[in-house]
Design a binder for this molecule. Structure first.
Ligand code: ADP
Ligand code: MG
Length: 256
């Protein structure tokens, strides 16, 4: 596949997500622990930012701030220029979709799961088959219990469920890491297609460095609640500026 370099130049008109000096404190056994320490970064419409870093460094916390699963303690997160706390939460969650490692399903059939977001918004979903088709799932699966689907099928269904709301931002948290390599590759391709066809802005947390390099336009390395390096993905991997980045890449590559 030919690599087409996206030519997004970040400017005020295409800015989709903006973190300004964001900190987050969690209480841990009566001690407050600062898990994000002044995160700042900008993401343009349609861009894919891959977020890497050691376990526990704050990657999932960064995602959780974007659809108000948690609120920042300091600083601001803006989506489309509007601070997250000013958004109507339902509208924010319609525009900012999230998918997790396990392709979390509620009890019931695939259809029940797929129509959940529409039902939560008080709507009926017009054409569930269209979404199944888009993510490459057979229509017959709609009547199946969601928990009986394979990991790959569940992950597709969880993406389909997010797409029902036509989100402009997707938050992906290790969405392929529980899948076998073939399913992981297929789900990755599906996400890239969603990005291309719907110009969806994506924050994509992954521990798979080759995936981060393959799919990213920009890459951020998070360590101990800070952004160590944020750079265009090809530069990040080929000419990292920071010593910590070089060390992290080497360490991970040795392990792989
Ligand atoms: P990552 O996704 O990079 O592995 P997380 O963002 O999940 O890291 O977590 C960062 C740190 O915050 C970890 O030390 C984690 O234990 C802590 N943490 C995350 N969520 C909570 C929470 N709800 N309450 C207390 N501590 C939390
Ligand atoms: Mg995480």
């Amino acid at each position: 596949m030919e690599q087409v370099e996206k030519t997004t130049n970040l400017n005020d008109n295409n800015l989709e997500i903006e973190f300004t000096n964001v900190s987050k404190i969690f209480m841990n056994q009566n001690e407050s622990v600062k898990v994000l320490k002044g995160i700042s970064g900008k993401v343009a419409k349609g861009e894919i930012v891959t977020i890497i870093g050691p376990s526990g460094s704050g990657k999932s916390t960064i995602l959780s701030l974007c659809n108000l699963l948690i609120t920042p303690d300091e600083g601001e997160v803006r989506i489309h220029g509007k601070e997250v706390l000013e958004w109507d939460i339902q509208e924010l969650r319609r525009q900012v979709g999230i998918a997790f490692q396990s392709g979390t399903m509620i009890k019931g059939t695939a259809l029940h799961n797929l129509t959940l977001p529409a039902r939560l918004q008080g709507r009926t979903l017009e054409d569930p088959k269209k979404y199944m088709d888009y993510v490459g799932l057979e229509e017959e699966l709609l009547s199946r219990e969601a928990k009986e689907l394979s990991g790959g099928q569940r992950q597709r269904l969880s993406l389909a469920r997010t797409l029902v709301n036509n989100p402009s931002v997707l938050l992906l948290d290790e969405v392929t890491s529980a899948l076998d390599s073939i399913s992981a590759h297929e789900v990755e391709e599906l996400i890239l297609r969603i990005n291309r066809e719907q110009d969806t802005t994506i924050l994509w947390v992954t521990h798979d460095l080759s995936q981060a390099e393959r799919v990213g336009d920009q890459t951020w390395l998070i360590m101990d609640g800070k952004i160590i390096e944020a750079a265009p993905t090809h530069l990040f991997f080929n000419e990292p500026r920071e010593v910590l980045t070089k060390q992290f890449l080497e360490l991970k590559r040795d392990k792989e």
